[in-house]
Design a protein around this ligand. Structure first.
Ligand code: HEM
Length: 275
């Protein structure tokens, strides 16, 4: 244990390296890559950029609050009918991260975003299923037209979409005045030194990683919260009371208001624990 955690800490610091994932990601991006200079450089950059979200004129919170208006509209439009909260939350989380990354929000029925969501769902299924295992274990089958090829095709679809978005940014950006994550990365590329591992391909791949890392996690957390509140209506009622109190005289609750919402805070912790 000491050898793994202390003596050879850097050897064991990365994620388990899996051949299928490595071939699909080309060992680029930030989420699945091994511990090393590229991961460190990009992780630091991603954290700094996402944390400083004074990007453009809008903060991350403004973007969330704006998207919530669309979610509320969806709920109102479907009042009295059934709707899938999974799709609704997925759309909302996807749009918030798309605005942060690309400065772009998509209509919920936009065909491009529907395609991206479908591609990602298929990729996850393949990566966690038997075909990825067979790909890892039997070298002979890797070049055959088997279902795992769909994951490579889907990655290409995302990358070509990211290429279009990056090209659009290159045409409209003003150096040193970033509007979103892509602009920040392009600024960094402009000022990079010789050792830096920033590249346009890495930008496309890190965009994919952040999109994926942010969307399912956030929407599943919201889904769990919904399920929790549906199962415990008395807690839902208390939460609503607290929100109504804080809302008095205001049109919306903000992150700052969490300090006057101890009941909500406790139950948010319970929901995170349920995850
Ligand atoms: C409720 C929402 C979220 C949950 C539950 C969640 C959960 C996690 C977990 C469990 C990990 C693995 C940590 C590890 O292996 O050490 C992770 C990693 C990561 N998450 Fe999230 N996440 C959420 C939202 C987000 C969002 C919104 C973003 C981006 C905007 C994001 C970006 C990342 C990245 C880049 C990594 C990889 C970090 C690394 O390689 O060190 N996540 N997340």
């Amino acid at each position: 244990m000491k050898e793994a955690i202390v003596v050879k800490a850097t050897d064991f610091a990365g994620r388990p390296q899996d051949l299928f994932i490595n071939d699909v990601t080309q060992r680029k991006g930030v989420v699945m890559v091994d511990y090393g200079p590229m991961w460190r450089e990009h992780r630091r950059f991603a954290l700094k950029t996402l944390r400083n979200f004074g990007l453009g004129k809008k903060s991350m919170e403004d973007r969330i609050l704006e998207e919530i208006q669309h979610t509320v509209k969806t709920l109102e439009k479907n009042s009295g009918q059934t709707l899938s909260p999974q799709v609704m939350f997925h759309n909302a989380a996807s749009n918030i991260i798309c605005q942060v990354l690309f400065g772009k929000r998509y209509k919920y029925d936009d065909q491009t975003i529907k395609l991206i969501v479908r591609c990602f769902a298929e990729m996850t299924k393949i990566a966690n299923g038997p075909w990825a295992m067979l790909y890892d274990s039997i070298p002979l089958i890797r070049h055959l037209p088997l279902p795992f090829n769909k994951a490579f095709e889907n990655m290409e679809i995302f990358l070509s979409h990211a290429r279009c978005l990056v090209n659009e940014h290159k045409k409209t950006r003003v150096s040193g005045e970033p509007r979103d994550f892509v602009d920040c990365y392009l600024d960094e590329l402009e000022n990079k030194n010789d050792e830096s591992m920033f590249s346009e391909e890495q930008l496309r791949r890190i965009s994919f990683d952040l999109y994926v890392a942010a969307t399912d996690t956030t929407s599943n957390t919201l889904l769990t919260a919904f399920l929790y509140l549906m199962n415990y209506p008395h807690i839902q009622e208390q939460c609503q009371k607290e929100i109504d109190q804080v809302l008095e005289g205001k049109d919306r609750v903000t992150f700052e208001d969490r300090l006057s919402m101890p009941y909500m805070q406790v139950h948010c912790d319970v929901i995170i624990y349920c995850l």
